[in-house]
Write a protein of this length. Structure first.
Length: 290
């Protein structure tokens, strides 16, 4: 917890990009586990003369955070994965700006053990989109041993998680908030029988509440956690389109549900097809990618 609070303070502070990029490379390539801030300091600073005043300031700030976060985490079964740990998602570690540390609940190790599929789309999807998901995506998930990944919001995200849980399949919810105040709020009241298949994942501090700027951070993680990103329905200037563009940056495969050019709400999806996204018509198209 001490190290977790320190790294969250580190990321929140406006340190020079040089230090942050150097920290990422050091943590990615480390060969031994880290347990304390002193371990991190010994690894990060090869020469003690490099120690900056901001380091001591960060330590003080992290201890202040530690007091409040530790109290909130009591009884919550919350765990942490440091960049480079065996249970840190391998695909997430490969992107240009991975989180230094993530907090999670649930069996996160399956993200490294099973095939994953990230799925995103509109919060107010067309009825035909929902029908397609209940028919084609449902049949795909029923026959494939796949972990779904989405953002937990209403609409397409929520339906993805719902289908997986109904089929007793694992699903990962990447949050735009901390694990104490999950967003949307209904995730704070998950039922016992759902717990074994639910993974909650966040790079925010535990007590962080949802904020507009958090969604872009969440979207890059959704795009990173799977080799493929399935776009169910994307309008222009949407969070779904932002996630898709991030997937392209990280060399992920885009799978896109097509639509008629005059169909409202699909303009972004058609743009992604023009950029080289693969058309997904039915479950067989999905199966061909796995």
């Amino acid at each position: 917890m001490e190290l977790w609070c320190f790294l969250h303070t580190f990321q929140a502070s406006k340190v020079k990009y040089f230090y942050l990029s150097r920290m990422i490379e050091v943590l990615k390539n480390r060969l031994s586990p880290l347990n304390t801030v002193d371990d991190l300091k010994a690894l990060f600073f090869k020469d003690s003369s490099e120690t900056q005043l901001w380091w001591e300031s960060l330590v003080l700030d992290s201890y202040a955070l530690l007091v409040s976060e530790k109290k909130m985490a009591e009884g919550q079964d919350i765990h942490y994965a440091l960049l480079g740990d065996a249970h840190y998602p391998k695909l997430l570690m490969q992107i240009s700006d991975p989180p230094l540390i993530i907090s999670y609940q649930g069996p996160i190790e399956i993200l490294n053990q099973k095939k994953c599929l990230s799925v995103v789309g509109a919060r107010e999807p067309h009825e035909l989109t929902k029908q397609w998901m209940r028919q084609e995506l449902y049949q795909f998930l029923k026959t494939q041993d796949v972990v779904t990944i989405s953002g937990g919001a209403r609409g397409v995200d929520g339906l993805v998680h719902q289908l997986s849980l109904f089929l007793n399949k694992p699903t990962a919810v990447v949050l735009p908030s901390g694990l104490i105040f999950k967003y949307p709020d209904h995730w704070n009241q998950t039922r016992d029988h759902e717990q074994k298949n639910l993974i909650f994942l966040s790079e925010m501090r535990l007590s962080a509440k949802v904020a507009k700027q958090n969604f872009a951070c969440r979207n890059r993680i959704i795009a990173a956690l799977s080799p493929s990103l399935l776009i169910m329905e994307a309008n222009v200037k949407s969070g779904t389109l932002i996630t898709a563009h991030r997937a392209l940056i990280e060399n992920r495969q885009l799978l896109v549900l097509p639509a008629h050019p005059l169909q409202m709400g699909f303009a972004g999806s058609l743009e992604l097809l023009a950029l080289g996204g693969k058309v997904v018509r039915h479950k067989e198209d999905l199966e061909s990618q796995f």
